[in-house]
Design a binder for this molecule. Structure first.
Ligand SMILES: Nc1nc2c(ncn2[C@@H]2O[C@H](COP(=O)(O)OP(=O)(O)OP(=O)(O)O)[C@@H](O)[C@H]2O)c(=O)[nH]1
Ligand SMILES: [Mg+2]
Length: 397
């Protein structure tokens, strides 16, 4: 671990630490900035005083280009953050582009940027799921416009790692959200390039923070009922909405049972025209089955509503419930508690993601691993044995 990170983590001042290892405060600052490399004796004192957390390697890469941002790059990013705080669209887009990029420099820039952002507790993150065509985007458009009329700033993100949607999803979203896409108080971001769900989720979480810093206080996250995407979204929002069609049971609709169980709000959409009476029946079926719906929140029960996103009916009742949900949970503190728990989950999922990437990259370059892979391919080596040998190597390292 870098010495500066160690001091921050354990809340130790530079002066106290310099006294502890017997060097001047100025020397310590030079070690930290990478201007000087500590001599052997000092290195061993640092090693001992930090219980081995900071060693010689941690000083080795300081000040080397491509490893740290230079002052000019940092100044540019600080400017970007200032413009972001003023809500300038160009800079919001730039920031999210850095977050979504896999280039090393962009990653460094993104983590610098994110380290400067404050955590906002005055936003509401709304997750929305449902089968393709149920009307998620149309609902977001109608509900979002209602919120904008009340003075909110609305951002819309999508998580769609499956790429099941046809190529024109960006175009599709913008046409379904015609009024939002041209409104100055709304920002629509198409889903990041498809990839590993964990990676997409991390990018989305970071984008949410940028958008909140830019003043958006309602964040919608749309996802399709595919794979693990819904639970991933559930873990990054404050309230979770499931949209259903007016027709028979959720299994018929291709919605997994577990998803109904975590819904805070079940909405039967398209309650209009010839589907109106069917919507009524579907709604009462779900209301009757509510005892079967597990109570995922301690302080408020899930509710069932119907609405028409195209005709803008039933939206106000939904709005009232969403507000009540937010107020109740903020008052009891569970709103903030859930966010903290989500942070911890995010931390572990980041660690898993990064570790996996790191280990895989490291292993793939090793000659003995290449040999093992070839042997497994030719059935000369069984998978169990092969993975054990590789795991042994990692553990020893
Ligand atoms: N009659 C009626 N049609 C609706 C309603 N809401 C959406 N639709 C229509 O349903 C179709 C799909 O709507 P979208 O909003 O794109 O659905 P989606 O769930 O976002 O779809 P994907 O993003 O592809 O998963 C469109 O033709 C909408 O006009 C509604 O309340 N009533
Ligand atoms: Mg959509």
């Amino acid at each position: 671990m870098k010495l500066k990170h160690y001091l921050k983590l354990f809340n130790i001042s530079k002066i106290d630490f310099s006294k502890k290892i017997g060097v001047s405060n100025v020397s310590l600052s030079r070690y930290i900035s990478g201007e000087r490399f500590p001599e052997r004796k000092v290195l061993s004192k640092i090693y001992q005083s930090t219980n081995g957390l900071v060693d010689a390697n941690d000083f080795y890469l300081e000040g080397i280009p491509n490893y740290e941002l230079n002052d000019q790059q940092k100044a540019e990013l600080n400017n970007m953050i200032n413009s972001l705080r003023k809500g300038k669209l160009k800079f919001i887009a730039k920031a999210i582009t850095l977050i979504e990029s896999s280039l090393k420099l962009h990653k460094l820039q993104a983590s610098f940027l994110l380290s400067k952002l404050k955590d906002k507790n005055d936003s509401l993150r709304i997750g929305i799921t449902g089968v393709p065509g149920v009307g998620k985007s149309t609902f977001i458009e109608t509900f979002g416009m209602t919120l904008i009329d009340l003075g909110y700033k609305v951002a819309v993100l999508a998580i769609d790692p499956s790429s099941k949607r046809s190529g024109g999803s960006i175009l599709g979203d913008k046409t379904r959200m015609m009024r939002l896409s041209v409104n100055k108080n709304a920002y629509i971001r198409p889903s990041p390039s498809q990839g590993h769900l964990g990676g997409v989720a991390k990018k989305t979480r970071d984008s949410i923070r940028c958008l909140e810093e830019a003043g958006y206080n309602i964040i919608f996250i749309e996802t399709m009922g595919v794979g693990q995407a819904e639970t991933t979204v559930y873990d990054m929002v404050d309230i979770f909405l499931v949209l259903l069609l007016p027709s028979g049971g959720d299994e018929l609709q291709g919605i997994k049972k577990g998803i109904i169980e975590i819904a805070d709000l079940i909405i039967i959409n398209k309650a209009d025209g010839s589907l109106k009476s069917t919507a009524e029946i579907t709604m009462s079926e779900y209301k009757n089955a509510q005892t079967m719906i597990s109570k995922s929140r301690k302080d408020i029960l899930p509710q069932v509503f119907q609405c028409s996103s195209t005709e803008n009916t039933g939206i106000n009742k939904i709005l009232s419930f969403v507000k009540k949900f937010e107020e109740t949970r903020k008052k009891s503190g569970s709103f903030y508690q859930t966010r903290s728990e989500q942070q911890i989950k995010a931390l572990w999922s980041d660690i898993t993601l990064e570790t996996q990437e790191f280990i895989e990259n490291d292993l793939r370059s090793k000659e003995f691993v290449k040999k093992i892979i070839k042997d497994v391919e030719k059935n000369k080596f069984d998978v169990n044995n092969a993975s054990k040998i590789i795991l042994d190597y990692i553990v020893k390292k």
